[in-house]
Design a protein around this ligand. Structure first.
Ligand code: COA
Length: 276
């Protein structure tokens, strides 16, 4: 059973939880209500075992046109307490909650992505876009700077020349360019292709051990802040944790099945539904 929200649509099918920005008439701009709904929806899906992979997308022709310039910025201009409250909720779901999400997350970029929407996009583990989707760091065009964690995240994700080019010019670019500069994994030509790719990728991820996926993400994200020795020690601890949580499945199923010649790990995962 999925809950319903005013500005976010949640659907689960075949292990894939789809969370859609749902203000198509406003290009899915992120209003205070939308931030509250997104935070709650992600929290609910986190504990819903039916969703093993989570896809973030938008209803209509936008992924998200970024922060709602009217409701988030202008209308809260003279309400500092309310603004801080919304700002903290927004920052929390778009960065911490998404980056530390225990399940794989995929951005299915179906259209416009501007400004603040770069944060949840970059926080997702993977991203596939429509070739014609339009991206832009438009803040400079209305006299602002990419605030919150936008700039910080661009530093991690893009080469300095690309980041500064788009920060300073505010020029938009399409899904092909987003692929070239490493903002998304790849792009496809049609909406049907986008959903075919997302479903294939989601299905593939659903076939892996969920604990291995969760700890692989933790190891990647946390190692970025460590030196080699720390990362090495941390990885040893993570493998021990994995072995305990998986009850040794990677030895008893993964390696034993390989030894028996049942599958080749280099070519894909084993069928977790079948006993060895
Ligand atoms: N905040 C608030 N409202 C937004 C919005 C945003 N970020 N982006 C779009 N909207 C609203 C428009 O105000 C309009 O509402 P209205 O019908 O009540 O007037 C509606 O969405 C449709 O937008 P419109 O501009 O008519 O659509 P378009 O197809 O001509 O252009 C965009 C689409 C996305 C290019 C354009 O809306 C835009 O530039 N939006 C701002 C993007 C931005 O700078 N975001 C950064 C935020 S940090």
């Amino acid at each position: 059973m999925t809950k319903s929200y005013k500005t976010v649509l949640v659907e689960i099918k075949d292990g894939i939880g789809k969370v859609s920005f749902n203000r198509p008439e406003k290009k899915n701009a992120m209003s205070p209500q939308l931030h509250r709904d997104r935070a709650a929806a992600l929290q609910d899906l986190k504990y819903n075992d039916e969703a093993r992979v989570v896809v973030l997308t938008g209803v209509g022709e936008s992924w998200s046109a970024g922060m709602d310039l009217k409701e988030y910025f202008y209308e809260l201009r003279d309400k500092p307490k309310e603004w801080e409250q919304v700002r903290l909720i927004a920052n929390s779901w778009m960065t911490d909650a998404l980056q530390n999400y225990p399940k794989p997350t995929i951005a299915a970029v179906n259209g416009w992505v501007f400004g603040g929407a770069f944060v949840p996009l970059i926080s997702c583990d993977l991203a596939i876009a429509l070739a014609d989707a339009k991206f832009g760091l438009s803040e400079i065009n209305f006299g602002l700077i990419p605030g919150g964690t936008v700039t910080r995240m661009l530093i991690d994700m893009l080469r300095p020349r690309d980041a500064l080019y788009y920060i300073l010019t505010g020029r938009s670019f399409d899904g092909r360019k987003a692929t070239e500069i490493g903002l998304v994994n790849y792009c496809v030509d049609t909406l049907d292709d986008l959903w075919a790719e997302i479903n294939d990728l989601g299905k593939e991820l659903c076939g892996k051990h969920p604990v291995a996926l969760q700890l692989a993400k933790e190891l990647y994200r946390n190692s970025r802040r460590m030196d080699y020795q720390q990362a090495y020690d941390y990885s040893i601890a993570k493998v021990a944790q994995l072995t305990e949580l998986e009850k040794g499945e990677w030895y008893d199923q993964g390696i034993v099945r390989f030894k028996k010649g049942e599958f080749r790990p280099g070519m894909g995962h084993y069928d977790r539904g079948k006993n060895v």
